[in-house]
Design a protein around this ligand. Structure first.
Ligand code: EPU
Length: 420
């Protein structure tokens, strides 16, 4: 089993190149199923989840060739419509082949994704969307079957108890692209990754209006084609490196980013007394003056992203006073808290809230990564802590951070990967 070892206490300084967005590229790769053709997609990050999506496309009959950060995906011979349990159980995002398979073959069979450490994560809204487009939906042996000889557009309200759904919006949008007539998705997710998928579909020939707003209108067409496309940069990776800088009292400049995608996060940092500088495609943050505690609530975009909550919590341990974190997207996403307590953090959890008392000097310890973002948070905690932190089950981090030890080492961190 691999682990990451971090010797803390070094202020990180310098510039880091941000990779393509994991959560944009996964549905975009799935969308290539929609039309049998050849696609050339660039700025693809080298991640375990991307490799899983490539394998899934290959299982379905596609050919995937990688040349550096560009993938050439040929979906002309896709002839299967089943996403098997073995794949979906390793990556929930596999569920986003549901919409494209249904649109192309009139049927799809996808293993029902189980819960994960960040919550139960149902797909009822995805299925509601498919039903409303005219598909029959049934369940058998842990698989969901969707079937329709004729998808027909209509108005679909896609909100649930926790607000809009990112991959649900992606799935319905992809199915609606080939449905007859007009589909209006209300309470659609506004995340930049959904917009990026929409822009990809528009380049393929889809007629989509309202991307980035809660109302997306799609007019169905059969006139689609393969395209060249460059994926947006990963705002969550960017936020994680900016935090690595401010947590260690250094300054990290992230380059090749879209600063507007980081607005709520940068606003939260500046509320705590950080100075933010930004250009067209870069952002830099550093501490200035007296730091202040913070209250954050995770919300769908443009609110504070749940995918930066764990990493931000580590930063809050360095601020004086009581900071409050409220999780409104995944109310149980606090697995990192117990590990941070082992490193000396003072955090009290109460339902979907965590109260962080600071400042505390974190102390290195062996800790266990529970999921992707919790792993990143533990690496950040290790960078700040006195002494040595050993993060076990580090395979989670390879799902979403390309070359994290290499990038952090370039900023001065003492970090290495070891085999157990
Ligand atoms: N929800 C439902 N029913 C559904 C779908 C979602 O009740 O049918 C609930 C969820 O349980 C949750 C909320 O709605 O409480 C939002 O979930 P959403 O569907 O938006 O999440 P997702 O699409 O499954 C994506 C990202 C996650 C990110 C969330 C929220 C990908 C591959 N995953 O998941 O990313 O946290 O949106 O922004 O895009 C990560 O990268 O670490 C990660 C977990």
């Amino acid at each position: 089993m691999k682990k990451i070892v971090v010797e803390g206490g070094v202020s990180l300084k310098g510039e880091v190149q941000i990779s393509g967005s994991k959560n944009a590229v996964l549905p975009i790769m799935a969308a290539t199923i929609l039309c049998p053709d050849i696609y050339r997609i660039s700025r693809i990050p080298d991640l375990r989840d991307v490799r899983t999506m490539s394998s899934l496309l290959e299982i379905l009959g596609a050919r995937v060739e990688s040349k550096g950060d560009t993938f050439i995906i040929d979906t002309r011979d896709v002839n299967k419509w089943e996403a098997p349990y073995e794949v979906v159980s390793t990556m929930r995002a596999s569920v986003c082949v549901l919409g494209p398979l249904l649109a192309r073959f009139g049927r799809a069979k996808v293993s029902y994704p189980g819960g994960c450490v960040i919550g139960t994560r149902p797909i009822d809204l995805h299925l509601k969307g498919m039903r409303m487009l005219g598909a029959q939906v049934s369940m058998e042996d842990g698989y969901v079957y969707v079937k329709s000889s004729h998808l027909k557009g209509r108005r679909i309200y896609l909100g649930g108890a926790f607000g809009p759904t990112v991959l649900g919006t992606a799935n319905v949008m992809m199915a609606a692209v080939k449905a007859e007539g007009e589909t209006i998705i209300e309470n659609a997710a506004c995340e930049p990754e959904v917009v990026d998928l929409g822009n990809f579909l528009v380049k393929m020939g889809a007629d989509i209006k309202g991307l980035g707003s809660p109302t997306i209108t799609i007019r169905g067409t059969c006139d689609l084609r393969g395209v060249d496309y460059r994926v947006i940069p990963d705002r969550i990776e960017a936020g994680t490196y900016i935090l690595a800088g401010v947590i260690t009292g250094g300054e990290v400049r992230v380059k090749d980013v879209v600063p507007a995608h980081l607005s709520s996060f940068l606003d939260a940092l500046s509320t705590t007394g950080c100075k933010i500088e930004e250009g067209e495609d870069w952002v830099m943050a550093f501490r200035e003056g007296n730091p202040l505690p913070l209250q954050i609530t995770t919300l769908p975009y443009p609110g504070f992203p749940t995918d930066l909550q764990a990493q931000m919590t580590v930063y809050l341990t360095t601020l004086p006073g009581i900071s409050i974190v409220q999780e409104r997207v995944f109310p149980d996403r606090f697995m990192h808290v117990a590990e941070l307590l082992r490193m000396g953090a003072k955090i009290m959890r109460e339902g979907p809230k965590a109260f962080v008392m600071g400042p505390t000097q974190l102390i290195g310890a062996p800790v266990m990564a529970s999921d992707l973002r919790a792993s990143a948070a533990l690496v950040l905690a290790g960078l700040k802590a006195r002494g040595k932190t050993v993060i076990n089950r580090i395979y989670h981090i390879d799902r979403g951070y390309e070359g994290i030890e290499k990038k952090l080492s370039l900023l001065g961190a003492k970090i290495r990967r070891e085999e157990e």
